[in-house]
Design a binder for this molecule. Structure first.
Ligand SMILES: Nc1ncnc2c1ncn2[C@@H]1O[C@H](COP(=O)(O)OP(=O)(O)OP(=O)(O)O)[C@@H](O)[C@H]1O
Length: 625
């Protein structure tokens, strides 16, 4: 390898501009083309680094900004034997497509996702009786457009739909009504029941949907037979596709597709490109796919922002005049303000944004704050905190104040003290039945989940690790726990690696309790609520020594909190600017709160974060339009 390039790579790693894996990738490419243009290796290292930041590819115009030597890449990149184009040799490790440089695997995943979605955008005929069924499911409401009804109509019309909306806008409600509608229509036509599956990217998100969907089905205004044909069980995507230890491949794929007619995936913002590609691969050609999620939340941990890309144009609608007319006919709504005859693509006709939160009304501080953050409106953010709404509060972020809030909560809003008090108060008698202890375990977890402290990062002064230490010490000082290390009653832990043997997934949370050990003594066990094969929930007690990868969780990162909600959510931001501080991070943190939100941050840090909207590089939207 060219010595100059080698030095550049080494310096990049030393100065943390590159990761060791990026350098290793460039060196590997050098072994394939030793005499080649060194600039290609530098570009490859940068494309690899961008993946670490969640970008699928790197815009070659941006390469020159990172490294002046790489300017004018369009002139020399295509000459390399390492670089292919969309049409050329399928074996080159890099692909240059429409000015974007990809690592081959990600280019292929993106192309697979785009092709699968494009093939589903072909409008199929709307079912007869649709208008009548929609009217029954969505009784007329005065005032604004009923976007839930619009979403239901759009999703009933074709084999692909995206329903996006903030918290409490009715995504679950809409999808339950949609499933009722689809089953009703199938029933009326004497067709077999549709095979419906519901999935979410993580166990926690699946459990939450599971809990909310059952009640919604019960309330649905459809025949009992139709109700029965709507599943309440929600599985994880990994389980649905059939994950196998030690391989990225799933049991279900193109050659062994899933057995279903309708797949609904909730919390779709958490799905990365690779997972989306695997899901679409395993989906039968004529099955219907409905994605639900909040486009403004943080993107997936791994590379890609599939939901964000699909919903990039959702605010403005971009409905075609033909869609507008059809919606007027079947829903009785006028979406003229969201119609754009000059710039309406097939994808736009399949995306509906729910715009009214039923959870956060006009007087909700959380709702106003979330909206101000999304709009990047620093003035409105400040005004939201200055208002008199008690549901949001601002606390100056000293270490002592954060720990105190996390332990004692604030007026009307719980802190961690509350679940520890609950454990003590509700402790079963020593000779109580095992079932009583199981109920106690489930109750302890529910009590624990009423409050959470969220942090932007794991490390650093304001990171999860430090907050955990301080809170544990504060709980010990107040006599609420009796140790701060090792296993002790009340210790909440989060699983950090999938453990298939124990049936515990990364992100699962348990609380440590004294329970009967089955041999006449009491022992410390960690209570988890796990889903059984039927999608029901039950409490499991796990021997602590069997948990090899867990962290104490008095605080968690915003990333880890995705898919969960807490009655009271507190968000602590670091005191220094950092790349992780973005609008999406703050929005995701705020929208984890159900009834109370507390911000622990310097006002300038909040302003800094809210001004930084991220956009992950990808070519997906371009391919779909
Ligand atoms: N059309 C409706 N009529 C009456 N109540 C509704 C309607 N839509 C939603 N709701 C109520 O609003 C609340 C939020 O609805 P839902 O859970 O469907 O929203 P969501 O977007 O799925 O929320 P989440 O943020 O939890 O994912 C629920 O209590 C639900 O019963």
């Amino acid at each position: 390898m060219n010595a100059q390039v080698m030095t550049w790579l080494d310096r990049g790693v030393q100065e943390a501009r590159l990761r060791p894996v990026d350098r290793a990738f460039a060196r590997f490419l050098a072994s394939l083309d030793d005499a080649g243009d060194g600039r290609v290796l530098m570009a490859a290292a940068l494309a690899s680094r961008e993946l670490g930041e969640g970008h699928i590819c790197v815009d070659i115009e941006a390469l020159a900004l990172a490294e002046p030597l790489l300017s004018d890449a369009q002139a020399w990149l295509p000459d390399s034997i390492l670089v292919g184009s969309a049409e050329s040799d399928p074996n080159t490790p890099l692909v240059l497509d429409a000015g974007l440089l990809y690592l081959r695997r990600f280019w292929r995943d993106e192309a697979r996702v785009a092709d699968a979605i494009l093939s589903r955008l072909v409008a199929s005929g709307a079912p007869a009786d649709l208008a009548q069924e929609l009217d029954r499911l969505f009784p007329a409401e005065a005032g604004a457009i009923n976007w839930q009804k619009v979403a239901c109509a759009v999703a009933a019309r074709g084999s692909f739909a995206v329903i996006t909306g903030g918290p409490g806008t009715g995504k679950t409600t809409t999808v339950v009504r949609l499933l009722g509608l689809l089953q009703t229509l199938a029933h009326k036509r004497d067709e077999p029941r549709l095979r419906i599956r519901l999935a979410a990217p993580t166990g926690k998100a699946a459990a939450r949907l599971n809990a909310s969907i059952a009640g919604q089905i019960e309330r649905l205004d459809v025949d009992a037979a139709v109700k029965q044909a709507i599943p309440a069980e929600v599985t994880t995507l990994h389980r649905l596709l059939g994950s196998r230890p030690d391989t990225r491949a799933f049991r279900h794929d193109r050659d062994n597709p899933l057995h279903l007619d309708v797949l609904v995936i909730d919390e779709a913002s958490m799905i990365d490109l690779e997972m989306m590609a695997a899901t679409l691969d395993a989906l039968p050609r004529d099955a219907r796919l409905i994605l639900l999620g909040d486009k403004d939340q943080l993107s997936s941990v791994e590379a890609g922002a599939v939901l964000g890309d699909l919903c990039a144009r959702a605010d403005a609608g971009h409905y075609a005049p033909s869609t507008r007319d059809w919606l007027a006919a079947v829903c009785g709504v006028d979406v003229a303000a969201w119609t754009d005859g000059a710039d309406a693509h097939a994808l736009d006709q399949r995306v509906v944004m729910l715009r009214r939160s039923r959870r956060f009304g006009e007087d909700s501080g959380i709702g106003a704050l979330a909206q101000a953050i999304n709009a990047g409106d620093a003035g409105a953010v400040t005004r939201a905190f200055a208002g008199t709404r008690g549901d949001i509060a601002f606390v100056a972020p000293s270490a002592a104040a954060i720990a105190a809030l996390a332990i004692d909560g604030r007026e009307g809003a719980p802190g961690h003290r509350d679940y520890l008090d609950w454990i003590e108060r509700e402790r079963p008698a020593i000779d109580a039945s095992f079932e009583a202890f199981q109920r106690w375990g489930a109750g302890a977890l529910a009590a624990y989940a009423r409050f959470q402290l969220l942090c932007a990062t794991r490390h650093g002064e304001a990171g999860v690790d430090k907050q955990n230490e301080r809170i544990a010490q504060g709980l010990l000082d107040r006599g609420l726990i009796d140790a701060v290390t090792g296993w002790y009653e009340g210790r909440p832990v989060m699983v950090t690696r999938n453990d298939y043997a124990l049936g515990l997934m990364n992100g699962d949370v348990g609380v440590t309790l004294w329970v009967p050990d089955g041999q006449g003594s009491m022992a410390l066990r960690v209570a988890f609520v796990v889903m059984d094969e039927q999608g029901g929930e039950r409490t499991r007690f796990v021997v602590p020594s069997r948990l090899s990868a867990v962290d104490t969780v008095y605080a968690m990162t915003v990333h880890k909190s995705q898919g969960s909600e807490f009655e009271h959510t507190a968000l602590a931001l670091p005191s220094e600017p950092s790349p992780v501080l973005t609008r999406e991070l703050v929005y995701t943190g705020v929208t984890r709160a159900r009834t109370h939100f507390t911000l622990l941050a310097a006002p300038d840090m909040l302003g800094y974060a809210v001004s930084r909207k991220t956009r992950r590089a990808s070519g997906l939207l371009r391919r779909l339009l």
